[in-house]
Write a protein that binds this ligand. Structure first.
Ligand code: ZN
Length: 276
């Protein structure tokens, strides 16, 4: 009884919105409307998961085991460690994360599980969904309430000239975060005296939401006019691993860090790998 009480108390004490706590309570009690549960209540004939179309969709499958969402749980090492022995149900899985009170691990896990469930529902009703690969990143930002901006400038051979890692408060959208990264990149280039730059960024693709941060874009245009030559190109985060790693470093270190020519030991190998 004591361990039961402790389990539920720790669930209600999580630093996440109440709607996510209620979602976790339902998931732990197998009360989510999964296909298996709807079938049991004679609401649905099929029990097969709509995403992988291979397995029965119960709670642990929908939120953890389905191969359609495997990239969410393989993206952080400590998620991966939890899967070494398959949990029997969702409650057992959550209990594995419970003892880690540091670094918002439980919160990141429950927010990611909640995003996975929302995505599953959105797909079920043919609504637009965000990329499954961005779920983990968004959960980390939401849990810590901090996002990171990572900037790296290289010369024409690919060698680093300067790099920066800066925490920023978690904003309204990922697109806005990317706009802030671009603004900071342009400022940083001016500060270190670059005159001819190509800014490679991820946010330029999100033109639909530009109105909400027009002031940031105005500032970028104003500062960019100081360069002899400036070009903006789009690239996906997955192809910009150094900037991505610098951004992640910012959201864990929580302080602004800058480097000129030399890079921190954990980032330098990534530069080498990206160039060669
Ligand atoms: Zn599945």
């Amino acid at each position: 009884m004591d361990s039961q009480k402790k389990f539920w108390r720790s669930l209600w004490q999580l630093r996440v919105p109440n709607k996510i706590k209620h979602f976790m309570w339902k998931a732990c009690n197998d009360a989510l409307p999964t296909k298996e549960n709807l079938h049991r209540r004679h609401v649905m004939d099929s029990t097969t998961c709509d995403l992988c179309r291979e397995h029965l969709e119960d709670t642990i499958h929908a939120l953890w085991l389905c191969k359609d969402i495997s990239c969410v749980w393989s993206s952080l090492e400590w998620f991966h460690q939890a899967i070494l022995v398959q949990p029997a149900n969702f409650r057992e899985l959550l209990a594995r994360f419970r003892p880690c009170q540091d670094e918002y691990k439980v919160e990141i896990f429950v927010i990611a599980a909640w995003c996975v469930w929302n995505r599953r529902n959105a797909l079920h009703f043919n609504r637009v969904v965000s990329l499954v690969t961005s779920i983990c990143r968004e959960a980390v930002f939401r849990a810590s309430n901090v996002a990171g901006v990572g900037v790296i400038f290289r010369d024409n051979r690919g060698d680093p000239i300067g790099a920066m890692s800066m925490p920023v408060p978690f904003g309204q959208s990922m697109v806005e975060m990317e706009a802030l990264a671009c603004q900071r990149a342009v400022q940083f280039a001016l500060e270190i005296g670059l005159t001819r730059v190509v800014v490679i960024e991820a946010f330029l693709n999100g033109s639909g939401q530009l109105a909400s941060f027009e002031n940031i874009l105005g500032d970028i245009r104003f500062q960019a006019a100081c360069f002899q030559h400036v070009e903006f190109n789009y690239i996906s985060c997955a192809c910009n691993s150094v900037a991505d790693a610098l951004a992640k470093k910012a959201s864990s270190a929580l302080v602004l860090q800058e480097w000129l020519e030399d890079l921190p030991d954990d980032i330098a190998p990534l530069v080498f790998r990206e160039v060669h």
